[in-house]
Write a protein that binds this ligand. Structure first.
Ligand code: UDP
Length: 328
């Protein structure tokens, strides 16, 4: 059984990737600092506690587990925190990734799947963005991800490293079997935040700005089910192993945009509850509308969304939030 190193494997997307890897006959080795991840989500393979900012601990993992490939999810990812403490984001996301890449090269591990973000596109002339759209990060989180993409591409050009970079749109939903799900502290993502407030006794929902140039004035995003997202990672990994890719970038979204108000209405409909909704001012660093063109992943990797409906995404999240939570 091939070992696949999963940095950030105790996090939301990383843990779903571990389950998908395990189901396809790989052994996912989680490397996670547990600063934002949860030990309880590591259910599908070995766990190594460590930090990418400590090069020795990452080198040790390569010598012990000899992974055939790396899926690199470990990163700080809160837009608002990145605006207030950009230096944290540059150190953690960029330096941590450089340490990982150097350890991979030393260990002759040449296959990398990298977790990037659609927020590197920022505000574009067109709402629908594809892989060739100009990048224009609006916050330090997005800027740090673009910097890592550039760093990786430079190293790929000069070495035997091969990479697939996935630019995620708004990843949501949870394991349909309910074993794992999304759990951030603090939570900042729209769908879990709305559902947690629906679950709370005296919760309320906040809309960050209703004066954007969109039909109902609230921001439009493309929500993709985490199961569909990690499925693309498996296809990407297999393409790397088949030798057909050297350095490719793919958007992963479902191609449909939903406004904040539409998402909130969906959450109220799926849960059959009512919660007060209040309008707040805009959140710094938010683009008004962004939707994915994901044709390239469909065409080249044979990827399809199994759960394109927002109701499906929300109901899997609700099923998780109703029943589940991790403890530190
Ligand atoms: N949002 C909101 N209220 C919340 C959380 C988020 O209005 O409590 C908005 C946010 O301003 C953005 C959209 O919902 O327009 C999606 O935000 P999220 O943080 O989920 O993802 P992002 O698009 O920032 O990656």
């Amino acid at each position: 059984m091939d070992n696949i190193l999963v940095t950030g494997g105790a996090g939301y997307i990383g843990s779903h990737a571990c389950k998908a890897l395990k189901n396809r006959g790989f052994n996912p080795v989680t490397f996670d600092s547990l600063i934002t991840g949860w030990k309880d989500s590591v259910k599908f393979g070995p766990f190594v506690k460590g930090d990418l900012l400590d090069p020795r601990s990452i080198e040790q993992v390569f010598s012990e587990w000899k992974p055939k490939a790396v899926m690199h999810f470990a990163a700080l990812s809160e837009v608002a925190t990145s605006v207030n403490t950009p230096e944290l984001y540059w150190r953690n996301n960029v330096l941590g990734s450089l340490n990982l890449l150097e350890a991979m090269l030393k260990a002759n591990c040449h296959h990398l799947v990298f977790s990037s973000t659609c927020s590197i596109y920022g505000e574009n002339d067109s709402v629908m963005v594809n892989e060739d759209s100009p990048t224009n990060p609006l916050n330090p989180y997005a800027a740090s991800k673009r910097a890592v993409e550039d760093m990786i591409s430079g190293i790929v050009a000069a070495t035997e490293l091969k990479v697939i970079r996935f630019r995620y749109f708004n990843v949501s939903g949870a394991d349909p079997e309910g074993q794992i799900g999304e759990f951030h502290r603090p939570e900042t993502s729209l769908i879990p935040l709305v559902l947690e407030n629906i679950k709370a006794v005296s919760g309320q929902i906040e809309i960050f700005g209703d004066d954007y140039p969109t039909a109902d004035g609230t921001c439009i995003r493309d929500y993709i089910h985490v199961e569909d997202l990690v499925h693309a990672h498996i296809l990407g990994l297999n393409a790397l192993f088949a030798g057909s890719k050297k350095d490719e970038v793919y958007n992963l979204g479902n191609g449909n945009g939903f406004s904040v108000k539409e998402v909130i209405n969906c959450c109220l409909r799926v849960t059959n509850k009512q919660v007060p909704v209040i309008i707040k001012s805009r959140r710094a660093g938010d683009a008004s509308a962004i939707v994915s063109g994901s044709e390239k992943a469909k065409l080249e990797l044979g990827w399809r969304c199994q759960y394109p409906e927002i109701d499906n995404i929300v109901s899997h999240s609700w099923n998780w939030i109703k029943h589940g939570a991790y403890q530190k």
